[in-house]
Design a protein. Structure first.
Length: 72
């Protein structure tokens, strides 16, 4: 017999856009959600610094889609 904590929860239940609805429906509890948030990895170090980002000027004008030109 497995307990609720032993069950693997569907990650879609914790989507921040619908998590409040899922809590109200009883699909997950606030405790489940808090536990899920604490288990997430810290990925803040993966963010590129602004000076490391690719500039738009690196893309040549010839790379633009032909469809825009054909409609003109």
């Amino acid at each position: 017999m497995s307990t609720r904590d032993d069950e693997v929860k569907n990650p879609k239940l914790f989507d921040r856009r619908i998590v409040e609805r899922n809590i109200k429906k009883g699909l997950i509890t606030r405790k489940d959600y808090d536990k899920h948030l604490k288990a997430l990895a810290d990925v803040a170090g993966n963010i590129a610094a602004p000076d490391e980002r690719v500039e738009d000027s690196d893309v040549e004008a010839d790379d633009e889609p032909e469809t825009d030109r054909a409609l003109s």
